[in-house]
Ligand binder design. Structure first.
Ligand SMILES: [Zn+2]
Length: 353
């Protein structure tokens, strides 16, 4: 009893006086602290902008060139990432206004190479004022409003007119829209190495971006998640009474805190068959996006190594394909794609008769 009390009593004594720091350190003034805080918010913004830029640069060609694999779920797109202050996290808005010049008006942040927007001459920092003569609302619904206006305008004509402001000059550019899969690929701030599909969008964590070593690897993950959406896996699981967001555990089956990611939304793991199908169709998305998929199996092997507990023998009954089996299956898919490319055939997955 006495022994148990000893430590708390000692800590209380420390708190009162005896354990206060005794060194004389240099002082920092409040003004410098405020300046440093500003600098750090700026760095955080740049870091986020780099991740978003990388995700868009790699995902856009996959979404556009994979349109034929997305059946009905396609929409007109021009190949820009756009936003305004309202689409920026609250704590970064001051820095975004200062560094990126964002306001409450919709602005082009990035133009995908080779896209319709690039061909028409759109540039980052162009403010988008109107689509086919219809003004875009400023504020928190600006991005959605642009998407709606573009979809409406694209129905009528192959080319839409965008009214822009570049520096202080207003101009109108004609942009021929293109088809793209209507599954936005979004960045999630979580540190876990993970990616998700919920039937409507694809979400990649910043932890995954840190794990990725080269563009191809990210293209493989995006392809896999798109395939879950395009093949209707979520709808099929929903029929199996799973509701809410679906969790796709790519790397670590342990140590992933779904609570933090989904709140109260139901999370479910895809079935083994759906995973294998997402690997198959996903590599076609990746290949169509312009990537050499030969090294894709090795990426999944690296994921397996990051989570050795997940390496199991065939038929273990896990919801995910066991990793040795997955690796071998992927090598076969790579062979199939390589043969189609060599024969000049369309890059499309085979379906059961
Ligand atoms: Zn999956």
């Amino acid at each position: 009893m006495m022994k148990g009390l000893l430590i708390p009593i000692c800590l209380a004594a420390c708190a009162l006086a005896a354990c206060a720091p005794v060194t004389q350190r240099p002082q920092v003034d409040d003004k410098a602290v405020a300046q440093e805080a500003r600098k750090q918010r700026e760095l955080a913004l740049q870091d986020l902008a780099e991740d978003q830029s990388r995700l868009f640069r790699i995902s856009y060609p996959i979404l556009a060139r994979g349109a034929d694999l997305c059946a009905e779920d396609v929409h007109p797109a021009i190949g820009i990432r756009h936003g305004n202050l309202h689409s920026t996290p609250q704590e970064m808005r001051e820095a975004a206004s200062r560094v990126l010049g964002l306001t409450d008006k919709l602005q082009v942040i990035q133009v995908a190479a080779g896209s319709a927007a690039a061909r028409a001459g759109l540039q980052a920092r162009d403010v988008i004022l109107a689509v086919d003569g219809k003004a875009i609302r400023a504020g928190d619904r600006a991005r959605e409003h642009f998407t709606e206006l573009l979809a409406e305008a694209a129905k009528a004509r192959k080319s839409v007119e965008l009214k822009l402001r570049r520096a202080a000059v207003e101009m109108t550019l004609a942009v021929e829209h293109e088809r793209a899969c209507a599954y936005p690929v979004l960045l999630h701030s979580a540190d876990a190495i993970n990616a998700f599909a919920d039937g409507r969008q694809v979400i990649i964590t910043r932890g995954m971006l840190r794990f990725i070593r080269e563009d191809l690897e990210l293209a493989v993950v995006i392809g896999h998640e798109l395939a879950h959406n395009s093949m209707g896996h979520i709808r099929k699981l929903a029929g199996n009474q799973f509701l809410g967001t679906l969790l796709d555990i790519l790397a670590a089956s342990r140590g992933v805190d779904t609570q933090g990611l989904f709140g109260s939304a139901a999370a479910a793991v895809f079935s083994k068959e759906f995973e294998a199908e997402a690997d198959y169709v996903g590599l076609y998305f990746t290949a169509r996006g312009g990537y050499e998929v030969d090294k894709a199996p090795n990426f999944w092997r690296r994921m397996a190594a990051a989570n050795p507990g997940g390496i199991q023998q065939r038929g273990f009954g896990a919801s995910h394909p066991s990793t040795p089996e997955r690796f071998l299956a992927l090598e076969k898919i790579v062979e199939e794609i390589r043969a189609k490319k060599a024969a000049g055939r369309a890059l499309a997955p085979e379906f059961k008769p």
